[in-house]
Design a protein around this ligand. Sequence first.
Ligand code: GDP
Length: 444
Amino acid sequence: MAFEGLTERLQNAMGKLRRKGKITEKDLREAMREIRLALLEADVNFGVVKDFVKTVRERALGAEVLDSLTPAQQIVKIVDEELTKVMGKEAVPLNKAPHIPTIIMMVGLQGAGKTTTAGKLAYRLKKQAKARPLFIAADVYRPAAIEQLQTVAQQVDAPVFQLGTDVDPREIVKQGLAQAAEKKNDYVIIDTAGRLQIDEKLMQELADLKAIAQPNEILLTVDAMTGQNAVNVAESFNQQLDITGVVLTKLDGDTRGGAALSIRAVTGKPIKFTGQGEKLSELDVFHPDRMADRILGMGDMLTLIEKAQTDYDEKKAADLAEKVQENTFDFNDFIDQLDQVQKMGGVKDIMKMMPGMNKIPGADQIQMGPEQIGHMKAVVYSMTPAERVKPGLLNPSRRRRIAAGAGRPIQEVNRMIKQFNQSRKMMNKMSKGNFSGMDQLFGQ
Ligand code: GDP
């Protein structure tokens, strides 16, 4: 799971502060040392860590935080805000051209996820903006590159302009743009060649393509799993091409967090999207504040709700958001959620976005394949309608009855109810932007 080690270590550092009640400068120093080590271990750029720790310390010492009634909570808030700032404060949308077409040039090293991301972008644009994108296949070096793009394009149902592998990419792009003008495509997505490493010839070619296409957006895809290397790649591409944004792919993997936390600070360019899996729908807008919450283990309900909106029933998603606000989310909604989760596929990622999940012992071990979802549903179906709406009714004897009815062990029923209650409580607090919920996460 992404950021696991970092989250745990940050929570430990904060948990210690919380247990103190009154915090001295020495306690703060110790906590800051742990935070610094946690960030370095997560492969965050050294300079970024240094500035970060300095700012947090100054703020914590400055505004009478230590003398306040809730010093630990305030320090958590400062850490959260500063993490957000390091990643760029706000989500940065895709650039849009004043006239059609908007031209997006995809660049990046081989294997970073360029072609996959090109497909995901088209999928997103078609779904959200009813766009009519045209792909241009400008990678003529890797034999299977064009076919790969064609496969992706077929899945999103968008045309590909290609001239095989014997024509110069510059010519391909020129003709591709002419076709887009003729066919009035509103977006053009150019899939360029990658290499295993940065080399001059590739950069020259990309610079030429940039001059020809004058793209509104040069999106660099980097693989989050490669940590500091991703940051170096980003710096280098930015120096040579003046990129407009970064897509951080493979955040569904076991990445430590270094790339997410360093790229903006090192290059000055925003991460615009993150790749969260291999499927076309698994591209999320990068929200620094939500990512900071996620790194701190506070979940990411808003992204979850947004995912709900693009990936499934909009009305249900709106209902869910409302229920979260009103704290009337019940087991019937939970079943709906399970159904939708099943449709969306990526259960582990969804779980990780649920606030509080990472605090539950063994939550990371939760395997939620179709079988487990089936078990969870069986448990809910064994509840009476009243129990589903009022989980407070679920005393031990009712739980035993439910376990027997569902044919599941009582421990499983207890665990599920506990998760449900915890998520519900946190969802409600977080949805109101209430930071006081955090002490429950950081307390033991
Ligand atoms: P390219 O060489 O840069 O065009 O990279 P590809 O698009 O071919 O991607 C390389 C591999 O990474 C493929 O197997 C993709 O399915 C996979 N991939 C791309 N993005 C993601 C992501 O966000 N998560 C995961 N898990 N895999 C990804």
